[in-house]
Design a protein around this ligand. Structure first.
Ligand code: ZN
Length: 251
């Protein structure tokens, strides 16, 4: 599942974010507003309605972040259909290549096409990247929080102590089945890649786009150089080092 992350940015990238203490500003601001109203003789009724319950500290009442853990992994699912590819040109090219394979196949070929990943939301790539880094200690929970806040993801990587924070991030690494350091961006997050397993029996006789000469394809989608040539004619390029992965440019 995570095989394609080798192709994008390198691992171990720091968040590069600044301090993540923006959430502390809200309660203090409200207090100033309220006292300003009070000193001006105006009724602070509306402001009081949004005050946190007296029994709770203001900080926890305004912190709606959900702590890191395996439950996050079901969010932002990866697409598993051609229709979910967000790059319209690539989507059309993949569909045309797919349809050409289906049209060329005979019953004896028993062609089978199984799609495992198309578009991957950047939020999912972000969570994979930071769970891996927090778990391995290359990014601190604090820095990960700053990066996630900047990305608009309401997660709290800090569980109060580093060992627990790293363990909870590790839950996510396990659930995502991450094998390699995940990049924040890849052809999948651009909607320009597809992971699919293509199998058939015997010779699949198929022509390049716009041509009539059929190429004899044997093997699988991973191994058939002739099928890779046909795919390329449709603008769908094989990455040799990554068994199910094809994209706009082979990356
Ligand atoms: Zn891939």
């Amino acid at each position: 599942m995570a095989h394609d992350y080798r192709n994008g940015q390198s691992a171990g990238t720091n968040s590069g974010g600044g301090g993540g203490a923006a959430q502390a500003a809200e309660p203090g601001k409200r207090t100033l507003t309220e006292s300003a109203f009070a000193s001006a003789g105006m009724a602070p009724v509306v402001q009081r309605k949004v005050d946190p319950p007296a029994a709770q500290p203001a900080a926890s009442a305004t912190d709606t972040r959900v702590r890191s853990g395996a439950s996050w992994c079901a969010q932002y699912p990866t697409g598993t259909t051609i229709a979910e590819l967000t790059d319209a040109t690539f989507q059309a090219n993949v569909q045309a290549f797919h349809d050409a394979m289906v049209a060329a196949a005979t019953p004896a070929n028993a062609l089978n096409i199984s799609i495992s990943a198309t578009y991957r939301p950047p939020q999912r790539a972000h969570l994979m990247h930071y769970s891996y880094n927090v778990h391995n200690g290359t990014t601190s929970p604090e820095d990960a929080n700053a990066a996630s806040a900047a990305a608009g993801i309401n997660i709290n990587w800090d569980h109060g102590d580093l060992a627990t924070s790293r363990a909870k991030a590790g839950e996510m690494v396990t659930t995502y089945v991450i094998a390699y350091a995940p990049a924040l961006a890849s052809r999948h997050t651009e909607g320009k890649a597809i992971d699919w397993t293509i199998t058939w029996s015997g010779s699949l006789m198929i022509a390049k786009k716009g041509e009539t000469t059929q190429l004899d394809c044997t093997g699988t989608g991973t191994t058939s150089a002739n099928l890779h040539a046909v795919g390329a004619s449709y603008g769908v390029h094989k990455l040799a080092s990554d068994p199910p992965h094809w994209s706009t440019d082979g990356h």
